[in-house]
Design a protein around this ligand. Structure first.
Ligand code: ADP
Length: 577
């Protein structure tokens, strides 16, 4: 590889290192800053108004200032030019008068006359030294050096001006930079005119310093700048104050609305004056008042309804017990009845079971509503709880020929939960899964991490239609109320499960797709009262998305209630071995 290619490769590597070291972080920082600025911009009306006011007023002030500055400086320069040309004209007349007195280029008094003329012209304004006068001659006959009070001055007469005046014999002027007095280079106005005599010709030049004009222009520029900045600031301040006037009540309304939605129903806005903002505040308060009235009414209604449910459930318990005793007696003696009467006693028994379940669920819901439900947490092995829940449903599973598999870590999964409530949740989830699985296997998966434990119940049955993932948790909601129920469900099971989950500070979520089954995932914090950030198991509508991690074993419940390993899983194989 030639040396230049090696160097190029080294250079590229260095560029990559520099980019990864500083370039990438700088870009990331830039992006973060841009995002923050954009968020601020979108989030603050006041910022937008003030920025837009500042930008617009800065543009107007800059344009206006530029026009003012241009016209003033142009006026200053024009005045200077006119006065310079006038002075030059007077000087030329004077020079012509004085030099006409001489007769020939070789007059012995020429030198003295020229010096005298320069002195007169330099003092013409009564301010000697405030400008320079140079007398020169391009006439071959008059071979003199440029005459001036200041030896340095002739050097600064621009060549172009000289050519114009000496060559074309016309008046001329030119802006230039010069330093005839050794005070530093600065702007000058050079003017020149030919002085024609009978016996020869001269050129008269003036160099006028533009110090005063420059100072005046600087003063104008600074004044325009300061005035412009002050104007922009003032307009920004006015924008801020005006926006404040409008935004403050809106902010107050937003804050009040937030507090209202947080349950502080007595919160109201302050009404000041009679303007539009006062009308807004009054309307807002009226709306809040109406809302409060309706909420109070609804709360009262809901309280009455809960009370009614609770009372009715309680009141029904006693007669139900009596009816149940009578029905049990009839059921026991059913052999002695006619077949159709015996069948009726069985039906009566089934319906009483259903009725009793409904009453139990209603009473449970009433307890949640009344705030009487509380947790009895203890450290338990969640896998054992899941196992118990599945075992209690094995006869239902057998009746419906549904296999129930359990995938769980080989080691116990300890969490601080209320085992009775968790078992009830799982019984409900597994019972539903068996019921809606259409004969397909049901899988219960347990997984845990340091902060959470999750149990997912998946079936491959009828599934859920879009939107039903939330509806299933509503009280008495059923996808198909006319569906023949095998287990005598009340439509309250998932609502109770949800309440139990909430008591734990956990999550109960559903997912599914029609015809492909559903998944219900329960996630609970490992320490009682812990906070959940994520779940150790994925919630997915896809029935094939049920991968178990390493160290997981898969078991299946047998009709006799024993657990047998299902092949394939490492721990199960180990156990088999
Ligand atoms: P119940 O099972 O007594 O009807 P739930 O509250 O347990 O009451 O369930 C409410 C409804 O949610 C059920 O009627 C059913 O329509 C739907 N559902 C529950 N679990 C499943 C499931 N695994 N697959 C499909 N639909 C389900």
């Amino acid at each position: 590889m030639p040396a230049w290619e090696r160097n190029l490769a080294r250079l590229r590597t260095a560029a990559r290192v520099v980019d990864s070291r500083w370039g990438a972080p700088a870009r990331a920082g830039g992006r973060t800053a841009a995002r923050t600025a954009l968020r601020r911009w979108r989030g603050s009306l006041r910022l937008r108004v003030v920025t837009i006011t500042m930008l617009c007023s800065a543009m107007v002030a800059a344009g206006f200032g530029l026009v003012v500055y241009q016209s003033i400086t142009t006026g200053l320069v024009e005045a200077k030019r006119t006065s310079a040309l006038n002075q030059m004209e007077a000087g030329r007349t004077r020079a012509q008068q004085q030099l006409s007195a001489l007769s020939a280029p070789n007059d012995p008094d020429l030198k003295e006359n020229l010096l005298n003329l320069i002195s007169v012209l330099s003092n013409a304004t009564g301010r000697p030294g405030s400008y320079e006068v140079v007398l020169d001659s391009s006439d071959q006959e008059i071979a003199i050096d440029p005459v001036s009070r200041n030896d340095a001055a002739p050097r600064y007469i621009p060549g172009e001006l000289r050519r114009l005046v000496a060559g074309s014999k016309v008046n001329g002027y030119q802006f230039t930079r010069a330093d005839p007095d050794g005070l530093g280079m600065r702007p000058y106005l050079a003017v020149g005119t030919p002085v024609e005599l009978d016996w020869g010709s001269f050129e008269l030049y003036y160099l006028f310093p533009l110090d005063e004009e420059v100072a005046a222009a600087a003063l104008v520029r600074n004044t325009v700048l300061i005035t412009g900045v002050a104007l922009v600031m003032l307009l920004a301040l006015i924008g801020w104050l005006v926006t404040n006037l409008v935004v403050s009540p809106v902010r107050m309304a937003a804050r009040t609305a937030q507090r209202l939605s947080a349950g502080l129903l007595h919160e109201r806005m302050t009404v000041r004056g009679q303007d539009e903002l006062a009308t807004l505040a009054a309307s807002f308060n009226q709306m809040a008042g109406n809302l409060q009235q309706q909420i109070v009414q609804l709360e009262e209604l809901s309280r009455l309804q809960r009370r009614f449910t609770s009372d009715v459930s309680h009141e029904l318990r006693t007669p139900l017990t009596t009816v149940r005793m009578a029905a049990d007696m009839l059921h026991t003696a059913r052999e002695e009845f006619e077949p159709h009467v015996a069948r009726s006693t069985e039906l009566l028994q089934d319906e009483l079971d259903r009725f009793e379940n409904l009453l139990t669920d209603l009473l449970e819901i009433s307890r949640f509503d009344a705030g009487f439900a509380h947790l009895e947490s203890e450290a338990v092995d969640v896998v054992s709880v899941a196992r118990r829940a599945v075992e209690s449903l094995r006869s239902v599973a057998r009746r419906q020929s549904v296999r129930v598999l359990l995938r769980a870590p080989a080691d116990p999964v300890i969490a601080e939960v209320d085992p009775r409530r968790v078992e009830r949740i799982l019984r409900n989830l597994v019972g539903n899964a068996i019921e809606y699985s259409e004969g397909q296997p049901v899988t219960v998966t347990v997984a845990a991490d340091a902060s959470a434990v999750a149990i997912a119940v998946r079936d491959r049955g009828i599934g859920l239609r879009p939107g039903e993932e939330k509806l299933v948790f509503n009280r008495f909601w059923r996808a198909d109320p006319s569906r023949a129920r095998q287990t005598g469900g009340t439509g309250l099971g998932l609502s109770i499960s949800m309440e139990d989950t909430r008591l734990h500070g956990g999550w109960l979520e559903a997912s599914g797709s029609p015809g492909r089954g559903s998944q219900f995932r329960l996630t609970l914090p490992v320490p009682a009262g812990g906070r959940l950030d994520s779940s150790p198991l994925r919630l997915s509508p896809d029935p094939d998305d049920a991968a178990a991690g390493p160290g997981t074993c898969e078991e299946e419940i047998t009709p006799s209630g024993d657990w047998q390993p299902v092949g394939g899983w490492d721990a199960a194989v180990a156990r088999d071995g």
